[in-house]
Design a protein around this ligand. Structure first.
Ligand SMILES: NC(=O)c1ccc[n+]([C@@H]2O[C@H](COP(=O)([O-])OP(=O)(O)OC[C@H]3O[C@@H](n4cnc5c(N)ncnc54)[C@H](OP(=O)(O)O)[C@@H]3O)[C@@H](O)[C@H]2O)c1
Length: 201
């Protein structure tokens, strides 16, 4: 498949690019600083033309400024651009903070949620609401586990819905390599259109 990947130089984006390339897909990787193709999600209307799938692995601003408004604007621009380009399939790297740990409690609202991730997690939770309002594209918002970091590619993971997935010891974790496997599986099998899923061990 021909896949356009925004955020291709990022911690997660790099691993998605590698996993898709390994499976023989033709990946166009984009970042604002120019790796490999220079561009912004706001350019999706032109960049996405001719691709089968668009993936966004962009992050909100992490320079200490308020991240939510620019991140939501970027995602609205992405959605409009993908529509203009005539691409139907959009996969979004999401956040774990909006996952439920109890029926009325999101992970981001728990007392021990780390301060340094609060604004980004809230921005990601609001971002999901934007996607939930989109009914003319086959989007999938893929929340990683609470912890995601570079590591081993085992090829195994579990898929959940709106609840945080934890292992037998109560840890919610996935390597970025196995998260990328889950993204590539979603690209190929497309099992979760217009849904948020969570992937973890
Ligand atoms: N457990 C969790 O919930 C969790 C943990 C980690 C990450 N995440 C989420 O996963 C996503 C990716 O995180 P990450 O750590 O991999 O981020 P990262 O390492 O900062 O990478 C972000 C990538 O996006 C590019 N980018 C940013 N804004 C862009 C724009 N407007 N247009 C095009 N490219 C853009 C960056 O390159 P340029 O700056 O050169 O454009 C870079 O390639 C984030 O949305 C983050 O919230 C969630």
């Amino acid at each position: 498949m021909k896949i356009l990947l925004f955020g291709a130089t990022g911690m997660i984006g790099q691993r998605i690019a590698a996993e898709l390339a390994k499976r023989g897909h033709e990946v166009t990787g984009v970042s604002r600083s120019g790796g490999p193709v220079k561009g912004d999600v706001a350019d999706a209307g032109t960049l996405a033309r001719g691709h089968d799938v668009v993936i966004s692995a962009i992050s909100p601003p992490r320079d200490g400024t308020e991240p939510e408004a620019p991140f939501l604007d970027a995602n609205r621009a992405l959605i409009d651009g993908v529509r203009q380009a005539g691409v139907n399939r959009l996969i979004v790297v999401g956040g774990a903070g909006g996952l439920k740990v109890a029926p009325d409690l999101d992970l981001v609202d728990t007392p021990d949620f780390p301060d340094i991730y609060l604004k980004e997690a809230r921005a990601q939770r609001s971002n999901l609401e934007i996607y939930r309002g989109v009914d003319d594209l086959d989007w999938t918002y893929i929340s990683p586990a609470a912890e995601i970091a570079p590591g081993e590619r085992t090829g195994t993971y579990r898929v959940g819905g709106d609840e945080l997935l934890t292992d037998d010891e109560g840890r919610s974790f996935i390597t970025a390599e196995d998260y990328a496997v889950a993204v590539a599986d979603e690209v190929e099998k497309g099992g979760h259109p217009r849904s948020r899923i969570c992937v973890a061990y």
